[in-house]
Design a protein around this ligand. Structure first.
Ligand SMILES: Cc1ncc(COP(=O)(O)O)c(C=O)c1O
Length: 457
């Protein structure tokens, strides 16, 4: 190595072919000047070419407290200095013992038994397997299928795809995954039952009830993303859907798995999204904001009923990095911050501000929108006649293309966001402040201007 010639900062062309980016059209991607993040601190990411971007989607929904919080990083480093990996098969370490205790304390009901994995999808796999084995453990045969919701997403491993099959993502796997029974999901923005929030009697639940009635004897569990279906289009659902779901599970002897990988830890305004309805699932799956994105860690937490069925039986399931010590320390530091900094109250206040700016922007565009906690979305394909978006669509533009135009303008203005089909959404760190809201508002205005002028030049 020649010390006199410093290594040049990587440019998009250096990186493009050798890293195969997820969910990315690589052919188009390598032709763009995509951001390369050199440093990320607080709410901002800094690129190698000197740009500063506010993280509008918490880096795939996990960086709930901003990037590189020193309290979290320090605990991780201290942990790494004493040990790296500890095999959890047949051993433990103090950090995992403490974390399991804390999780048992903060989760509702008897959700007391934490099974650790690394990514969300691997915890979903564990939850699905736990549910199937629960029934064989107690001597009930044939309950080995699942019910999931339309537009659900639970990760990209084969079992998770089976319960979250999204045509646009998973179509090539249609023949090979074991697909769940799929029930209609709540679609409050454009209720197919013609209801408004005030008149809603959860008519959409009828489909679930029908499937349960027909197939309950073969169903191990129903899996759901409570309150918000994320990757399937940021669809927000009424809390009473969960109440009905819990009851139907109890009535028909089916386990309930709540996948809160995306929404757990205050994202919807409550510590857990299930808390909106006081529903306690049999298995709760968490990830992402568990370590606020500081380490890959996920967990499937089983209640006493599920756990006790394994007495003297082995759950033959493991992930090498499950319960990794420094990831446990990250989670412990994060749980401390959530409590110490009263993130619950922060989200209450920030949620109001988010609602205000999303509402304002959606009105300018003339599109449907929804918010819950620190999630805000606008669906560009549901446009009011005569509004700015409807005019653009009339000119022959597709809503999904316009969503890209909108988000590109936001990125240009300094806020990193990605569209989800025809949906523009915000999932910023929970703790952003007035300065960040101003920047987001500015970027949203730029998005509106881009739509207004699109197709005119
Ligand atoms: C609800 C839900 N479940 C599971 C997953 C999969 O998590 P991971 O990408 O960490 O595997 C995601 C990812 O976005 C998710 O939103």
């Amino acid at each position: 190595m020649n010390n006199e010639t410093p290594t040049p900062a990587p440019t998009p062309t250096h990186a493009s072919n050798l890293t195969w980016h997820p969910d990315t059209n690589m052919t188009q991607f390598k032709q763009t000047n995509y951001p390369i993040i050199e440093r990320a601190q607080g709410f901002y990411m800094h690129t190698t070419d000197g740009r500063k971007l506010l993280d509008g989607i918490s880096s795939w929904w996990c960086v709930s407290l901003g990037h590189s919080r020193s309290e979290i990083v320090e605990r991780m480093i201290n942990s790494l200095k004493t040990k790296q990996h500890v095999i959890l098969g047949g051993m433990a370490h103090p950090s995992v013992i403490e974390l399991s205790q804390k999780l048992a304390n903060i989760t509702p009901g008897s959700l007391n038994h934490s099974f650790y994995a690394s990514d969300g999808a691997s915890a979903v796999e564990a939850a699905l397997r736990m549910a199937i084995q629960y029934w064989t453990n107690i001597g009930v045969q044939g309950k080995n299928r699942f019910i999931a919701l339309q537009d659900a997403y639970h990760g990209d491993t084969m079992g998770a795809i089976g319960v979250g099959f999204l045509e646009s993502f998973h179509e090539p796997l249609a023949e090979v995954v074991n697909r769940a029974h799929v029930a209609e999901s709540p679609n409050c923005l454009q209720c197919p039952h013609g209801q408004q929030p005030k008149t809603c009697n959860v008519e959409c639940f009828h489909s679930m009830k029908q499937i349960v009635t027909k197939y309950h004897s073969e169903v191990a569990a129903i899996i759901i993303e409570p309150m918000v279906q994320g990757a399937g289009g940021v669809k927000i659902s009424p809390a009473k859907y969960m109440t009905k779901l819990r009851k139907v599970c109890d009535d028909y002897n089916i386990l309930l798995i709540a996948d809160e990988i995306a929404v757990g830890f205050y994202r919807t305004g409550e510590l857990f999204a299930c808390n909106h309805s006081n529903v306690v699932p049999d298995i709760l799956v968490l990830g992402k904001a568990l370590t606020a994105g500081h380490a890959p860690m996920s967990v499937a937490i089983a209640n006493e009923r599920v756990y006790n069925s394994f007495e003297n039986k082995i759950f033959w399931h493991s992930h090498t990095f499950g319960g990794y010590p420094s990831a446990c320390e990250a989670a412990l530091a994060v749980l401390d911050i959530y409590k110490k900094d009263d993130i619950y109250s922060t989200v209450k206040g920030n949620g109001k501000e988010l609602r205000r700016i999303i509402h304002h922007c959606a009105q300018r565009l003339g599109v449907a929108h929804e918010t819950i906690g620190m999630v805000g979305m606008m669906k560009l394909s549901i446009a009011e006649k005569g509004g700015c978006m409807a005019k653009a669509v009339q000119r022959g533009e597709r809503a999904a293309e316009l969503a890209k135009v909108f988000t590109n303008a936001m990125v240009e203005a300094g806020v990193f966001v990605r569209p989800l089909g025809d949906v523009v959404y915000l999932w910023a760190p929970l703790t952003i402040e007035a300065r960040e809201f101003d920047l987001i508002q500015h970027a949203l205005n730029k998005g509106v201007e881009a739509i207004e002028s699109f197709g005119h030049s």
